[in-house]
Design a protein around this ligand. Structure first.
Ligand SMILES: [Zn+2]
Length: 492
């Protein structure tokens, strides 16, 4: 009894003594805040007709299962669609048929050349520990890897805990002569997916650092967050003036753990590697394009889409059939309006994203050539799977920020936060962004994506129709407003 009484007394005396002070200072703070926020960001009001249409699109989108049915179609009727293969051609035909049937205008394939890389027969890829504890490991070649010499290679492993350790390792040439380099970085799962870039440095660059120091092969822990026993595919960064001469392969996470344990025992480890991977010569791939032609400013273009290609080991339900399902279904809602919005909406099913944004770079180069690059008023890509959108970020001229804040207020009922003005826009948007196009991104929750990313486990059962519908609703509202509002995101 005694203690609670004391606590009550203490609490009431604190409240009595400090309340007026707190209320006054809090009130002042609010006033100051209100003054500054008003001064810096005048309210932008979306015209009432556009606002009504945007809200209808959003609410209809939430009830739709169209995005899901598109994802189901692409993953079932085409399956894996690795850039430059026959499967890629089938995916392009599927895309043309889809956009044509839905009634989009100017449906076409814009072709571009591609140096085809393949791993050979997946079953021919071998990684095994030959000593001290001989056993097979589960691995696959990274995109761009060279083949091993006939019969494979066997060499001692030099273990690097992370990419930084490899990068700062004795810079003298040939210091890893005759060795196999292993890099162990783990990827950190995060809502923002920001663990991907740091973990991915080893996939992109380890081959080059290892090769320059005389190594005969490279192994990495897969870039991903799954502990399942499959490796994650992915491309390496290859400068234009050289191509890899050594094999580079990714181990599944449990196999990487195995190497880590043996290394911790202080044992010298030898590994065998065999792969027939390599470049096969020039082939053709393509971007599939369809449009809703603008009613007032048809020359001005809003670019949306996802990428059509996948890794060879995956049906790519999340990466990126979902991006295609979401953006095509959202655009179809706008196509069905009685009147098209002011600007043209160009839906692009990007080709050859996985092997280095080849389709996106070809598109940007072609627009520079035909003089329409400056007409691209804003662009975005959906390419982080099928989870709900949680944040909206932009990268537009300062003068367009009040309009973007108004758009964000209409996204908020979908559970979407308004982030900063430093968005990347999405991978296939980079080449256009680099040339000055404003961008934005409806960012999806990233915690789970890298459990499935670039693996055979990226399949339709991971996609939840209602979550795709939330994406579709956000994209329908956003795309419509970008095409309809009389705002120049470029600040002209
Ligand atoms: Zn992707």
């Amino acid at each position: 009894m005694k203690i609670p009484t004391q606590l009550t007394l203490l609490k009431s005396s604190f409240t009595l003594k400090h309340k007026p002070f707190f209320s006054l200072s809090f009130g002042l703070l609010l006033l100051v805040f209100a003054f500054y926020s008003n001064a810096e960001e005048p309210m932008f009001e979306i015209p009432s007709d556009a606002l009504e249409t945007a809200r209808e699109l959003r609410d209809e989108g939430l009830k739709s299962s169209h995005a899901y049915s598109i994802v189901k179609g692409l993953t079932t009727e085409v399956g894996p669609r690795f850039a430059g293969t026959e499967q890629d051609k089938r995916a392009q035909e599927w895309g043309v048929e889809l956009l044509t049937e839905l009634g989009f205008a100017n449906v076409r394939i814009e072709e571009f050349p591609l140096n085809l890389w393949t791993r050979g027969n997946p079953g021919d890829e071998v990684v095994e520990i030959s000593s001290p504890f001989p056993q097979p490991l589960v691995a696959l070649s990274l995109g761009g890897s060279a083949a091993t010499p006939e019969g494979g290679i066997e060499a001692e492993v030099v273990f690097f805990s992370n990419f930084d350790a490899l990068e700062s390792f004795d810079a003298s040439e040939d210091s890893l002569s005759g060795k196999i380099v292993y890099v162990n970085d783990r990827m950190i799962a995060a809502q923002t997916a920001e663990g991907y870039s740091p973990a991915n440095r080893k996939r992109l660059n380890a081959w080059r650092l290892a090769e320059d120091r005389g190594a005969v092969g490279v192994l990495i822990r897969s870039v991903g967050t799954s502990n399942n026993r499959f490796p994650h595919a992915g491309v390496m960064r290859i400068p234009e003036d050289r191509s890899p001469k050594i094999p580079a392969m990714a181990l599944s996470a449990p196999d990487a753990d195995q190497l880590e344990r043996i290394n911790a025992m202080g044992e010298t480890m030898k590994v065998k590697m065999q792969t027939y991977a390599g470049y096969r010569g020039e082939v053709t791939s393509g971007n599939v394009i369809g449009e809703i032609v603008g009613s007032e400013a048809p020359e001005e273009i809003v670019v949306i889409g996802g990428h059509l290609d996948t890794w060879d080991n995956s049906t790519g339900a999340l990466d990126d059939a979902s991006g295609i399902g979401i953006t095509v279904a959202a655009a179809k809602q706008i196509l069905d309006l009685p009147e098209a919005p002011r600007r043209t909406i160009r839906v692009i099913l990007w080709g050859a994203e996985e092997v280095g944004l080849i389709g996106a770079r070809a598109y940007a180069a072609a627009r520079e050539k035909d003089g329409t690059l400056a007409n691209h008023v804003i662009g975005s890509e959906s390419d982080l799977g099928a989870a709900p959108v949680w944040r909206y970020r932009t990268n537009v001229a300062e003068s367009a920020l009040p309009a973007m804040a108004a758009v964000a207020r209409e996204l908020a009922p979908l559970g979407i936060l308004h982030g900063n003005n430093e968005s990347s826009g999405g991978p296939d948007i980079f080449p256009l962004k680099e040339k000055g196009m404003p961008v934005a991104r409806l960012e999806q929750q990233g915690m789970k994506m890298f459990e499935f990313h670039h693996t055979p486990n990226d399949t339709l059962d991971k996609v939840v129709s209602s979550e795709l519908a939330q994406n579709q609703a956000a994209w329908a509202l956003w795309t419509y407003l970008m095409a309809e509002l009389d705002v120049d995101f470029r600040g002209k």
